[in-house]
Design a protein around this ligand. Structure first.
Ligand SMILES: C[S@@+](CC[C@H](N)C(=O)[O-])C[C@H]1O[C@@H](n2cnc3c(N)ncnc32)[C@H](O)[C@@H]1O
Length: 223
């Protein structure tokens, strides 16, 4: 369970959206309630330059900023409407930036840590691996990559995970979402992290009715 400090930081992050368009406010409240963001935040280094890939409306980036003033954060997303919502929350804070970019084509800048929350499943396996390789180039040996994902497995939770994404895509909530998703079984994901230059461990997250997994990866020594 996240501590009360992180939960308070999440409340402050959500409050940053009080003047956002209604649909964005709903989405942010839903993500805050359903996505275990406070738990993920606790694995992110407290200081340094953190890049959040596929940041959406920027809620997790805002949480990172609220939870530790010693972080500098860049959020990146392909959806310019979401980046506009995210930018409107900055309110003069220099430590937080948002940019429109395609994370498959453009690797992140050199940084101290990378986070990816509920994004990788949108990409075909070769693009997922390409993203991870780009991240490996941006991180020093031992630096962390924190990926929240859902794993494919024979489980009613997986049926629910998939159905929710189909619904979300059909409502047009996720740009880049196609009719097919690419949730990987855990062994496949672990092998991909290894090939891309990471040592990873998986932490299961069972607080939601989905097959949520947190992959805690660290940049391996260069071969
Ligand atoms: C399910 S949302 C997750 C958003 C955010 N990480 C969160 O947890 O609230 C997936 C995000 O990936 C973004 N996305 C999809 N394809 C992308 C790409 N090629 N480059 C950057 N972002 C992309 C979408 O625009 C969307 O905001």
């Amino acid at each position: 369970m996240p501590g009360s400090t992180t939960t308070a930081a999440l409340e402050r992050a959500v409050h940053r959206y009080r003047r956002a368009p209604l649909a964005a406010r709903w989405s942010v409240h839903g993500r805050a309630f359903l996505s275990d963001l406070a738990r993920i935040e606790e694995y992110v280094p407290r200081h340094g330059f953190v890049v959040d890939l596929g940041c959406g409306d920027g809620l997790f980036a805002n949480l990172l900023a609220e939870a530790s003033p010693r972080r500098r954060i860049l959020g990146v997303d392909i959806d310019d409407r979401k980046i506009a919502v995210a930018r409107a929350t900055i309110a003069g804070r220099d430590a937080l930036r948002f940019e429109v970019s395609d994370i498959v084509r453009v690797p992140p800048p050199r940084c101290d840590a990378v986070t990816i929350v509920d994004v990788l499943y949108l990409f075909a396996p070769e693009d997922q691996e390409r993203i991870l390789r780009g991240i490996a180039d941006a991180l020093a040996e031992g630096a962390p990559l924190i990926v929240k994902a859902q794993e494919a497995r024979i489980d009613p939770r997986y049926a629910l995970t998939y159905a929710q994404e189909v619904l979300s895509a059909s409502l047009g909530l996720t740009r880049g979402a196609r009719s097919r998703f690419h949730f990987a079984p855990r062994e496949t994901a672990m092998a991909m992290f290894g090939r891309a230059g990471f040592r990873a461990e998986a932490v299961e997250m069972r607080s939601r009715p989905y097959t949520d997994v947190l992959y805690l990866a660290r940049r391996s020594p260069a071969a």
